[in-house]
Design a protein around this ligand. Structure first.
Ligand SMILES: [Zn+2]
Length: 867
């Protein structure tokens, strides 16, 4: 990584020179904006005028070795500075709440007056009694602020401003900070996404010259692939607040639930030609479970942002553009829980200086604005303290009332065959402080009996009622049909769990226990067995199979069901069962390998006593197809969706334990495809190097498996790898009449045509190898695009089509949903000795659509069974 120049500590002369320099630069930049230079400033210059600062507190420049804004702060330096502040200031304690994938520490600073330290836990306990039991807190109770910055790593003004906010709170002797810290607690989370911040800082710093270049075309302002927005696996962490796939989110949610702050901030950046946005957002685009009181308070706080920016003659806007619907984002997750989440969006300099329609935009100015808004949050919340305390109290009362008026008393969730997905649901509920109950006896709801040990019951009469309702929502009609990205985030649908509402009578009749069922212990296999086998339903079976193949174990796929004699008696095993015969060459340590892999995956392996089966295929049957160990090439690079590529990498790496070779599309002509069993294309715009399409065709004909998802299917159709037709943008537009459309209505008209993240149901052929492990004839898929795939081929080629009435949850206009009905969800065509597989949707969506993850594993492990 680039190392910053080390300079001496700031001196009065130096800071005077710096100010002179700044004046000079502003003057110069008016004439030569493309060549302008705009350096950072000593911390004092960012802070309110004339504030008295404690000289014992180290300034950022004294630790970083440069002025804030000169360079994009490296995360290790940010950590060093925060640690030195905590060491020097009795107002600050610092804790490491977790580590990112790249092992960067996640920090949380607790900042309050020293005399409050001993009261902190009492304050928190009283506050939590208010949040969880509705006990009113006294009027002088503290406010808890959760100040969080830069969840998108290439929106760095927030994290750079956090250096100044922390310094100001540690060093300032003024009335504002003194009162703030005497009466309240500030939790400061300086960098929500350290890995992304680091990636972007590296990019911006490595392109910085002695003379700054404001030309938007300069490489500094045009990041490479993948950019710094996302985390290590290229996930958008600002979509991960609910399902917490990543350690950054897990650490943050744990602290949020520990403190349940009154206000949480989420500092972002947007396009360079924008100005500054703060909430309130569009009134009609808030989540229906967010109370009006939240909007009133958001407005009251905004008065302070307005006054701060008006006095500086800054451009800004609010009440347009952004979305408050999806609770998986930082500015809306708190809204479901009696907190006020506030989104701030600063126009991005995306580098050190960039020309914009509003003049040259300098990085230090963007930092300054985030600092100014942070202080305005403190001012606004302190002025509205009584209202914020009251709001949390009323939130509790109103939520309890809503729950008591609900037609249902609880939701039941159930999964009989895959304990992993049920356990994952239990974990998510626990992290959000949602209470659930474990049935002691089987439960009967609506004439269906649910087994006690594979069922959870989530009662609605609890403080997290609003969050629960949104996690179980199947809403399809909305006040406003414009969605930022998703219109549904139903947990059981995503995890492919059965769920059902329960009436209060059914809930009363149910009997519960305090103890969770402990997972059945994995029993070692019988060393005398004829063969070993495991069914394919459990989420972790691909990980088990991968571990065995990696160790050289020979395995077979049962392509038809059979009944085998096992040490547990005669068992009926479904098609897709993996069989490990002893009668073929196997590693010497087979039994130890099988036992170790079974324990790792948490999947019981069965011991079969004979090759003869009472029904179905025998173990030596030709319908037991050998599994080929997958060697996967994932196509990435410019034009390819980093999200989808990251999801495939993340799934195979963290859930299956399989290495993936990532090759940029422009280098595809440099690799020998014969080293790979699979090539995976995710959504993206593809322009393959010359000759690669023929090479791929030949490789498939020779036995390769080509897998494509979402917009990659356009490439597959173009090269006739799949015999499918795809809808064009015009085809979708033609579904809607624009005869009476006014110019003003055009964006709402366009929104109608989109599928903005909704759940669709397909009917699936469970006997097809791509659906091994699934028993139900219907599967829920998450659809993020209105791209439709058409084919008249038979079910053997199209094993999944959307049902006649396919929309299950979320928004889609009727003409779109009707057109999707009956179209292709999954297609698999043989080509020579190989095959081409297409998924219309993204089976790894955001890493938490656990219900469809197995489709990718089946495309990899079951490929040989397809033709
Ligand atoms: Zn952002």
């Amino acid at each position: 990584m680039l190392s910053a120049p080390i300079t001496t500590n700031s001196t009065p002369l130096r800071s005077c020179l710096a100010r002179l320099y700044t004046v000079l630069i502003v003057a110069l930049s008016l004439c030569f904006s493309a060549m302008a230079t705009a350096g950072g400033k000593p911390a004092r210059a960012y802070l309110p005028d004339n504030v008295e600062l404690d000289p014992a507190i180290p300034t950022p420049e004294s630790v970083l070795g440069y002025n804030v804004g000169d360079w994009h702060v490296r995360h290790d330096l940010l950590v060093t500075y925060m640690r030195s502040l905590a060491a020097a200031s009795d107002r600050i304690t610092l804790e490491v709440t977790g580590y990112t994938h790249e092992q960067r520490p996640l920090l949380l600073l607790t900042i309050t007056a020293p005399q409050n330290r001993s009261k902190l836990e009492d304050w928190r306990t009283a506050h939590m009694a208010q949040v969880q039991q509705g006990k009113k807190t006294p009027a002088d109770a503290p406010l808890f602020f959760y100040m969080g910055y830069s969840v998108h790593g290439n929106e760095p003004s927030g994290a750079n401003a956090s250096l100044l906010v922390a310094y100001y709170l540690a060093a300032a002797q003024d009335e504002r900070v003194t009162r703030l810290l005497q009466e309240n607690v500030v939790l400061l989370d300086p960098s929500y996404n350290p890995d992304g911040l680091s990636r972007f800082a590296h990019w911006a710093n490595m392109h910085k010259g002695k003379v700054l270049n404001a030309d938007p075309a300069h490489r500094e302002h045009q990041e490479g692939w993948p950019n710094g927005r996302t985390n290590h696996y290229w996930f958008d962490l600002n979509r991960d607040w609910l399902m917490m796939v990543h350690p950054e989110s897990q650490a943050r949610i744990s602290k949020f639930q520990h403190w349940r702050p009154h206000v949480l901030t989420d500092f972002h950046e947007m396009g360079t030609n924008s100005s500054y946005f703060f909430q309130p957002g569009v009134p009609s685009r808030k989540n229906p479970f967010t109370p009006e009181g939240n909007v009133r308070l958001t407005n009251a706080l905004a008065e302070y942002y307005v006054s701060a920016f008006d006095s500086e003659k800054q451009l800004y806007f609010s009440q347009e553009g952004f979305d408050d619907f999806y609770y998986g984002k930082g500015s809306s997750y708190p809204d479901a829980q009696g907190s006020i989440g506030v989104l701030f969006e600063q126009a991005s300099s995306r580098g050190h200086l960039q020309d914009s329609i509003n003049g040259p935009l300098a990085f230090p100015q963007t930092i300054q604005n985030q600092f100014t808004m942070s202080v305005a949050v403190f001012d606004g919340a302190m002025a509205n303290k009584a209202a914020l305390l009251d709001y949390q109290h009323n939130f509790y009362k109103e939520t309890a009332e809503l729950a008591s008026q609900d037609d249902n008393a609880a939701y039941l969730i159930h999964e009989p065959q895959d304990s992993w997905r049920l356990e994952k649901a239990r974990w998510v509920l626990t992290q959000h402080n949602i209470r659930y109950q474990q049935p002691r006896e089987d439960i009967e709801v609506n004439d269906t009996v649910y087994k006690a040990n594979s069922t959870l019951v989530v009662p609605l009469a609890q403080p997290q009622y609003r969050l629960i309702k949104s996690l179980f929502s199947t809403q399809q009609d909305f006040v406003d049909n414009t969605f930022y990205d998703v219109s549904n985030f139903n947990l059981p649908l995503a995890f492919d769990l059965t769920f059902a509402p329960m009436s209060s009578r059914e809930l009363r009749r149910a009997k519960f226990t305090d103890t969770s069922p402990s997972p059945a212990p994995i029993v070692p296999v019988d060393s005398d067995a004829y063969a070993y086998a495991f069914e394919w339903h459990h989420y972790k079976t691909p990980a088990l199979l991968q571990q065995l193949l990696d160790k050289g174990v020979a395995a077979r796929i049962a392509t038809q069901p059979f009944t085998a004699a096992t040490t547990q008696g005669n068992l009926s095993l479904a098609a897709g069962t993996i069989v490990i015969p002893r009668g073929v060459p196997q590693p010497q340590a087979l039994i130890e390998l099988v036992n170790a892999a079974a324990v790792d995956a948490g999947v019981q392996v069965l011991s079969l006593s004979s090759g003869f089966t009472t029904t179905g295929i025998d173990i030596g049957s030709r319908s037991m197809v050998p599994v080929k160990a997958p060697k996967v090439l994932l196509v990435g690079g410019e034009g390819v969706s980093p999200y989808q590529a990251g999801e495939v990498w993340h799934y195979l790496d963290t859930q299956v334990g399989m290495p993936v070779t990532l090759v940029e599309q422009r280098h595809l002509d440099n690799v020998s495809l014969h080293d790979y069993t699979h090539v995976v294309f995710v959504g993206g715009r593809y322009d393959l190097p010359e000759g690669v399409d023929e090479t791929l065709t030949d490789w498939v004909r020779a036995g390769g498996t080509l897998v494509g998802q979402t917009s990659a299917l356009r490439l597959f159709a173009r090269h006739n790898w799949l015999d499918i037709k795809l809808s064009s943008r015009q085809d979708v537009a033609d579904l809607f009449s624009d005869k009476k459309l006014t110019f003003a209505d055009r964006s709402a008209h366009n929104a109608q045509q989109l599928v903005a993240g909704a759940v669709y149901q397909a009917s699936i052929d469970t006997s097809h190898p791509l659906f091994y492990g699934y028993d139900a004839p219907r599967l829920n898929l998450f659809k993020t695009s209105n791209m439709m795939v058409f084919s008249n081929a038979s079910p053997t080629v199209v094993p999944a089509r959307y049902t006649d009435s396919p929309l299950v949850a979320g928004f889609s206009a009727d003409p779109v949903a009707n057109e999707i009905a009956g179209s292709v969800a999954v297609v698999a065509e043989a080509m020579g000795r190989g095959r081409v597989i297409g998924f219309t949707d993204d089976p790894q969506f955001r890493g938490f659509w656990y219900g469809t993850n197995k489709l990718m594993s089946n495309a990899l492990f079951m490929a040989e069974a397809i033709n």
